[in-house]
Design a protein around this ligand. Structure first.
Ligand SMILES: [Zn+2]
Length: 464
């Protein structure tokens, strides 16, 4: 099995530190808002990598973290008036709930920054004592990047490169602008903990180094996260951990691509964030997974209006074939080892889910041909496809369950034409143009939808 390693910029044969075991860590979500499709993609990819390693016979310990204290969470807390710790705890609960709807499994270990303050302080103290970090008068502690010769090894940059465009911000007391904070002194009214450097909170990068050390010890096999984490986050994790241990932290560094929406970077400020919960109201979790996994996990995914509906329609068509086969020949019993072998061949090549899914079109073509010819071995093919591909989180439902669920979600979506009429009607109403508003309501109802006005807006529903 080969895995692409960001550290060596090449695909390498996977060899674990300890025979038969895998220690894997993926940087999780900073809970400053509700989970979006980028979070879902990352959680899905590492869930699949874990499951495939297990299929290969490894005992996998998979750890994921929640960053539950940081600048954005503190900003949200100020905005909403909810204390930062409560805001983060509520958001974790909500995220767990939505991820369960998305049907990705929990990791072996859930880690949280705020559960590890003692470990983090201990780690920072050791870095100071070994000359890799320094405490500034303001109460911040910084990592001295010049103290770690390999700094830049992951992102392939030199400290000089990093200095380009970096400046010391107001209030920072760094020796070198490329140094980064391990501990941040608390500002008035901010959530904080006691430390040898006064009241403050951990920087983001140190939490992952400290939690890895606690969960796994000095070395792990696979470290993962989104490609945007390579620099500075993962670079800084390497600097922190390896300065202390003198050993290679992770053998493999893996990174998934980022989400774009209609070719643009997805971001809250652009207002094009796709919340996972909204997508789950429109599409089955299997269709969302199918759409995401058609892509090699390294590559960016460009989400267009057609992406999920197309995935849903392919998946529905596969399920219809499954239904036809099962109705004619029953559930199959022997399976088909060839299908499983073909899948593993894709996955052995750096978890190539894109090729594995592409193979489905040929497989179902074969199944349909057999069905038409009355060859009942197609029931074994279908059984095998369901068994094998469930690792990717698809074909986990019965055909009837899937098809009726997808229909139901589709039925609940408001067509663009109806949505536009409803909006025009609301505007007409606000303009006190009653006749026009009534006329538009009649047109909406003629299309089979009902519009209900509330205090601050309206809702549209399919008439039942
Ligand atoms: Zn991390």
């Amino acid at each position: 099995m080969k895995i692409y390693n960001t550290l060596t910029r090449s695909k390498q044969e996977f060899v674990p530190l300890e025979e038969g075991k895998v220690k894997m860590y993926a940087c999780g979500i900073t809970v400053s808002g509700e989970p979006h499709i980028g979070h879902a993609f990352q959680a899905l990819i590492y869930d699949i990598i874990r499951k495939y390693l297990e299929k290969k016979g490894y005992a996998v310990t998979y750890a994921r973290n929640y960053t539950d204290v940081d600048d954005k969470i503190i900003a949200k807390s100020k905005q909403t008036g909810i204390p930062a710790d409560k805001y983060a705890a509520d958001m974790i609960e909500k995220t767990d709930e939505i991820m369960r709807r998305f049907a990705v499994d929990d990791p072996t270990l859930w880690l949280k920054a705020t559960d590890n303050i003692g470990n983090i302080i201990k780690f920072i103290t050791q870095l100071i004592n070994s000359g890799h970090a320094y405490a500034a008068d303001c109460g911040d502690v910084y990592f001295d990047v010049t103290s770690f010769a390999n700094y830049g090894c992951l992102s392939n940059r030199t400290v000089e490169d990093m200095l380009d465009g970096v400046r010391i911000e107001n209030g920072e007391e760094k020796r070198n602008p490329a140094d980064f904070a391990l501990w941040k002194a608390a500002k008035e009214g901010e959530i904080c903990w006691d430390s040898p450097w006064g009241k403050g909170r951990p920087g983001w990068h140190i939490e992952c180094s400290a939690m890895n050390m606690r969960a796994f010890g000095e070395q792990i096999d696979i470290h993962g996260g989104g490609r945007d984490l390579i620099f500075p986050h993962h670079e800084n994790e390497i600097a922190q951990t390896e300065s202390l241990t003198g050993k290679r932290f992770a053998t493999f560094w893996t990174h998934n691509g980022l989400i774009k929406v209609n070719g643009q970077k997805m971001s809250k400020s652009l207002g094009n964030s796709l919340l996972l919960e909204d997508l789950l109201d429109k599409y089955t979790n299997e269709a969302i997974k199918f759409a995401l996994l058609q892509n090699n996990y390294h590559n960016d995914i460009n989400i267009t209006a057609e992406l999920f509906p197309e995935a849903e329609s392919h998946l529905s068509s596969f399920y219809r074939t499954i239904k036809a086969v099962e109705e004619k020949f029953g559930a199959g019993s022997a399976g088909n080892a060839e299908i499983d072998k073909m899948f593993d061949k894709c996955m052995d090549d750096d978890f190539n889910t894109s090729q594995a899914l592409a193979n489905l079109y040929g497989l179902f073509k074969g199944v349909s041909a057999k069905l038409a010819a009355g060859d009942k071995s197609c029931a074994d093919d279908v059984l095998q496809i369901k068994r094998t591909y469930s690792l990717l989180g698809i074909f986990k439902m019965t055909a009837d369950e899937y098809l009726s669920f997808a229909e139901k979600l589709k039925g609940e979506q408001i067509p663009a034409e109806v949505a536009a009429l409803a909006e025009s009607r609301w505007q007409a109403k606000l303009a006190r143009n009653w006749a026009e508003a009534d006329g538009l309501r009649a047109r909406i109802e003629a299309l089979g939808y009902a519009v209900n006005d509330g205090k601050d807006g309206y809702t549209v529903q399919k008439k039942h």
